[in-house]
Ligand binder design. Structure first.
Ligand code: NAD
Length: 370
């Protein structure tokens, strides 16, 4: 029996889902993207089996409709979908990073008796668009599903069965709880990272050298500020209530830090950092087989290499000979808070660990995974 899946939005997430779902038996995928170029590329690369002329047309005969468009577009499409002609048994889902506004936008659809189950695969990349799509993007990453109240167990199970082939760690959460938790671990840190970068930029005119000092730990700490501003605009606006609540908590926390500085008590300051260190050290680490958390991650290997010409090409040559691809390579000039002169980033813990083994067996450089 053939399962017809329709994917609306063929970017990083939609394209990666199409590639992953095609591993399943008897799955055919019809795609639609408002950018004809993206849809055409998806078709030409065999990522989808057919291109539909509109979202409505793509959804018409589908068993599953997956909206993988930016969250504001997903909310608009869900409202529009209430007037679409759909199969009685269809399951509609999305991939958006916020859930409550999406669930509300699906009210009309649910009132018509159509099944809608929210979805959020917690995996990403520093790239976007169909050209960045990869079939193993979701492996070992949490894939959250947010069924509305009263959703039939059988429908949830059907969607879980479809998505099992992505090898994501499927988990079911209430939509409101999802938004509260992702505000804490992902959306609010994004604002903080961007604000730290803006603070640095504000002071660059008076202290031009500051930019160079930011090359090490500061750059790592604020990496998420380099993500797509349009996607983060939408996420921030959609989750603004939770973000405002986090901002209040943060203001309280900073007020406490302000009092601590005024007291100038060494024990109090040390206790503050000790408490944070204790909790942070106990957070689950991402191992090869563990699920990713809410933040898009990059996996770094720090290598203490001698500063002589040719060392980078020696290392990239070893990695290439083991068919290990890297996403970034850089020399760190400020090393008070990081280890090693060379930092190589990988897309997954698996690739980073393979690189560690390969370089360990062919060089005597000392390496560290932080
Ligand atoms: P993307 O920019 O790579 O792709 C989005 C695609 O949607 C583009 O091809 C665009 O042309 C298309 N599109 C936009 N509006 C449309 C519309 N009205 N109709 C049809 N197509 C339309 O973005 P992405 O990274 O694939 O993100 C897609 C969704 O997945 C977003 O809701 C995002 O919140 C969510 N998400 C992203 C990540 C991530 O790290 N990138 C992770 C998890 C979830």
């Amino acid at each position: 029996m053939t399962t017809h899946v329709s994917i609306i939005g063929l970017g990083l997430i939609g394209g990666s889902l199409a590639l992953a779902l095609k591993r399943g038996q008897g799955v055919t995928i019809t795609g639609f993207d408002r950018s004809y170029k993206s849809a055409d590329e998806a078709y030409r690369r065999g990522i989808i089996d057919a291109v539909a002329p509109s979202a409505r047309a793509a959804a018409k005969d589908a068993d599953f409709v997956i909206l993988a468009v930016p969250v504001s577009a997903a909310a608009a499409l869900l409202q529009e979908a209430a007037s679409w002609e759909l199969k009685d048994t269809v399951i509609v889902t999305d991939t958006g990073s916020t859930k409550l506004p999406i669930m509300e936008a699906a009210d009309g659809l649910l009132a018509n008796g159509t099944t809608f189950i929210g979805g959020h695969p917690m995996a990403g990349s520093h790239k976007s668009g169909i050209s960045a799509a990869i079939g193993h993007l979701f492996e070992n990453a949490y894939y959250i599903l947010t069924p509305p109240p009263g959703c039939a167990e059988e429908d949830l199970k059907r969607l879980q069965d479809l998505l099992a082939v992505t090898m994501g760690k499927l988990a079911v959460l209430d939509a409101g709880e999802h938004d509260k938790m992702t505000a804490v671990v992902s959306h609010f840190p994004h604002i903080i990272a961007s604000s730290l970068v803006n603070l640095l930029a504000d002071q660059e005119d008076s202290r031009p050298f500051i930019r160079r000092l930011a090359a090490g730990g500061f750059r790592d700490l604020t990496r998420i500020a380099s993500a797509d501003p349009v996607m983060w605009r939408d996420i921030t606006l959609q989750n603004r209530t939770e973000l405002a609540a986090q901002l209040d908590r943060w203001a309280d926390e900073m007020a406490q830090v302000g009092r601590m500085l005024a007291h100038s008590d060494p024990q109090e300051v040390e206790a503050y950092f000790t408490e944070a260190k204790r909790y942070r050290d106990e957070l689950p680490a991402v191992s090869e087989n563990a699920a990713q958390g809410a933040l898009y991650m990059q996996f770094d290997l720090h290598i203490d290499v001698p500063d002589h010409p040719g060392v980078i090409s020696e290392i990239t040559h070893i990695l290439a000979s083991h068919e290990i691809s890297l996403t970034n390579i850089r020399i760190v000039e400020t090393r008070t808070d990081v280890y090693g002169i060379l930092v190589i980033s990988f897309r997954s813990a698996r690739e980073r660990n393979q690189a560690y083994d390969a370089l360990g067996s062919e060089t005597d450089y000392s390496m560290q995974i932080l």
